[in-house]
Design a protein around this ligand. Structure first.
Ligand SMILES: O=C(O)[C@@H](O)[C@@H](O)[C@H](O)[C@H](O)CO
Ligand SMILES: [Mg+2]
Length: 403
């Protein structure tokens, strides 16, 4: 089956999405997500100018060979732009292969390992009382796992605290908006938040928290220790992980489980973390980590060390990524949890899909392929709009820190 054409579709039904569509001489088509929040057009160019010309005429069935060809063939390996572009090709080809086999994608991976995919939702509040209300609202909706974030007294805007109730969208500005930060204020506040949340929600709900790379390793150790009484499911991105060894220091101080990896692109970003058992959950997902082909490789490696998966699932990953991740989650033996931030109704209209949510679990559906399509006519009504993620500065002197 030959690849005859490939096209990039950029749309912005409320936020930007980049989608690759591959066509074949047998009439089968497949789509893949290539969205890289705030840097979307660089992936568009990478695909259009450099990848698509190399795809035409290749056998769409040779997924592994095409993956290696794009990864090794570029000479310049890794990085978010390269790996998101490879991911889009890979996802579209898996979609095509599953359609050719007349099977839902998870069947090609090895079949079903579980009845449903446990997901966590986002409870965000401006203060502790508001976050507690939100956590209870998510519990009411059936969620078994809930991430809690709250505003910090004395800080104006804090990561994870959005404006609306269901749809949190951090890329909010034509230029990056500026937030202020104080680790001291946050470290005093977070244990109070989880004390209140745990008391209100009871012992059975899994609670998660995202630190968004904001602490030093020793501060993260302190936070993890102070959250131990509230038995979190995980503490995410406690410190930046360019230096994977930083997690050793956190580990020495706390038994709070650690998750990291939404910004990782390859197995090399998490190899040391995994083999030294410095983390409990790996957050890489389809789009930013080279597609299903590479994500599967990471997950298999992680399984040797009892590290479980917890795929990134923010709204800047399109429904195409979400749908594909749900097939992966349905199969992967060392599954932990899947993040689920709901897309808006308009986004769901642009990307009709067969996945669904019920009682805290998601189901990838039995549609052949990955089960997500794009309505190109509707997509064309919402052209690209520049939008950046915020930046963060220390409150007391304006030093730029991690957002
Ligand atoms: O855990 C998460 O979902 C996040 O950290 C993301 O919301 C992240 O901020 C965005 O994906 C950035 O584009
Ligand atoms: Mg995160």
């Amino acid at each position: 089956m030959k690849i005859t054409n490939a096209r990039v579709i950029v749309c912005s039904p409320g936020r930007n999405f980049v989608t690759l569509k591959i066509e074949t001489d047998e009439g089968l088509t497949g789509i893949g997500d290539a969205t890289l929040n705030g840097r979307e057009l660089s992936v568009v160019s990478y695909l259009t100018d450099h990848v698509i010309p190399c795809l035409i005429g290749r056998d769409a069935h040779q997924i592994e060979d095409i993956w290696q060809y794009l990864y090794k063939g570029a000479y310049w390996r890794r990085g978010p732009v390269t790996m998101s572009a490879i991911a889009a090709v890979d996802t579209a080809l898996w979609d095509i292969k599953a359609k050719a086999a007349n099977l839902p994608l998870y069947q090609l991976l090895g079949g079903r390992s579980r009845s449903g995919v446990m997901v966590y939702g986002h409870a965000n509040g401006k203060d502790i009382a508001h976050t507690v209300d939100e956590v209870l609202r998510y519990k009411e909706m059936g969620y078994k796992a809930i991430r809690a974030q709250s505003g910090v007294p004395g800080l104006e805007a804090v990561y994870g605290v959005g404006k609306g109730n269901m749809f949190y969208e951090p890329a909010d500005g034509n230029l990056p908006s500026e937030h202020d930060w104080s680790s001291e204020k946050y470290l005093l506040h977070a244990p109070k938040l989880f004390d209140a949340v745990r008391q209100a929600v009871g012992p059975d709900i899994h609670l998660l928290h995202d630190v968004h790379h904001r602490l030093t390793p020793i501060e993260a150790g302190r936070l993890g220790k102070s959250l131990e009484p509230f038995h979190l499911f995980w503490m995410e991105d406690a410190t930046p992980a360019e230096n994977q060894d930083a997690f050793r220091l956190i580990r020495q101080h706390t038994t709070t489980p650690l998750a990291v990896g939404e910004i990782f692109n390859t197995i090399w970003d998490c190899k040391d973390l995994i083999q030294n058992q410095l983390i409990d959950y790996i957050r890489t997902t389809i789009v930013h980590a080279g597609g299903l082909t590479h994500l599967r490789r990471i997950a298999d490696f992680a399984s040797l060390y009892q590290v479980r998966t917890g795929c990134h699932g923010a709204t800047d990953l399109s429904p195409v990524c979400m749908g594909t991740a749900l097939h992966f989650d349905t199969w992967v033996p060392n599954f932990g949890v899947q993040e689920y931030m709901r897309h808006t109704e308009l986004t769901d209209e642009v990307f009709p899909h067969s996945y669904s949510f019920k009682d805290g679990y998601m189901h990838c559906g039995e549609t052949i392929g990955h089960g997500v399509e794009i309505n190109e006519e509707l997509a064309a009504k919402y052209p690209y709009q520049r939008a950046y993620l915020p930046v963060n500065r220390l409150q007391h002197d304006g030093t730029l820190v991690n957002w």
